[in-house]
Design a protein around this ligand. Structure first.
Ligand SMILES: [Zn+2]
Length: 301
């Protein structure tokens, strides 16, 4: 049946159809199976400490996947003198253009920590879970046909983990470099928020939003979780956590760290051989992923 005939008969239809371009074809939703499979694949790269071949191969995989899912990918490699000598780091940015060129950074580190006391450390939660989820979020947004209100920059930071001890000159290499470049390029004003994900795959999920996060952004995270019926999994915790959101907070950009820093009893699985894929659940990936998608697609303007 020709559309012209239909719209003559039913003028309201024309109105509905003409408005359709502003609406997403479907609401982007996390496929928890895919997120989990991606986490398994990242873990399979092995000892992906910054500066290693394993890290490089993982970076190539992340860039290729993000590109396959339809994001515009750019790679930034830089060398820094660290307590463990010269190391080359790689930040990966995967962008989905929005209606506005203002942007939100959704970040995760993808390096894992080299730990002498835990030679079998796999970093399934710290850092495969959040990095896999970023990739799945890219897939979900692109597959939905949704054009975000603002541009989404998914940034995979290298070098979050320190070589010796976390300090001004050790750790957060990728995020410090990214923030410095943002400042130098005059892009601070256009960056509306930084939503950082870290250690979000724990089957016993309890997100502990640290106090060194932007208050309004924290409220929006809680609002988004509540609207999806996930309120019980998100709380504030009266601790400061040094993480990749910190360099952006220092630039005055609203930033929040979505982290579950109670990984195992008394955080006992953190930075130990226990951080394996069997501790990660598809359900946790979905809860956090859908909450963050809702936040970045609707709540932050
Ligand atoms: Zn860590």
């Amino acid at each position: 049946m020709p559309l012209t005939w239909l719209t003559r008969m039913f003028p309201a239809l024309l109105l509905i159809l003409s408005g359709c371009s502003d609406f997403p074809r479907s609401t982007p939703e996390i496929d928890s199976n895919n997120a989990y499979i991606l986490a398994v694949r990242l873990v399979a790269f092995g000892k992906r400490y910054s500066g290693t071949e394993e890290n490089r191969k993982q970076a190539d995989f992340i860039a290729a996947k993000a590109s396959e899912y339809g994001a515009s990918v750019s790679i930034d490699r830089f060398i820094r003198r660290t307590a463990a000598g010269l190391i080359e780091f790689t930040n990966i940015t995967a962008e989905i253009k929005g209606k506005s060129s203002d942007f939100i950074i959704i970040g995760s580190h993808y390096d894992i920590k080299k730990i002498a006391s835990a030679p079998d450390f796999e970093g399934a939660n710290d850092s495969a879970s959040s990095s896999a989820l970023l990739l799945e979020m890219i897939r979900a947004v692109k597959a939905s046909g949704h054009v975000p209100p603002v541009t989404l920059r998914f940034v995979f930071f290298d070098g979050e983990e320190c070589q010796m001890a976390y300090s001004e000159n050790d750790g957060l290499w990728g995020s410090r470099n990214y923030a410095e470049k943002l400042k130098d390029s005059g892009g601070i004003k256009q960056c509306k928020a930084v939503v950082l994900l870290d250690m979000i795959g724990d089957a016993d999920l309890g997100v502990t939003l640290p106090v060194n996060s932007d208050r309004k952004l924290v409220e929006k995270v809680l609002e988004s979780a509540g609207a999806l019926g996930y309120g019980q999994y998100f709380n504030m915790k009266n601790i400061e956590i040094l993480d990749d959101h910190q360099p952006f907070l220092q630039l005055g950009i609203p930033a929040v760290d979505i982290i579950d820093f109670e990984y195992g009893p008394g955080n006992a699985y953190w930075h130990t051989n226990a951080d394996k894929i069997d501790k990660i659940s598809k359900k946790s990936l979905k809860i956090v992923g859908d909450c963050v998608l809702r936040l970045v697609l609707s709540s932050i303007r």
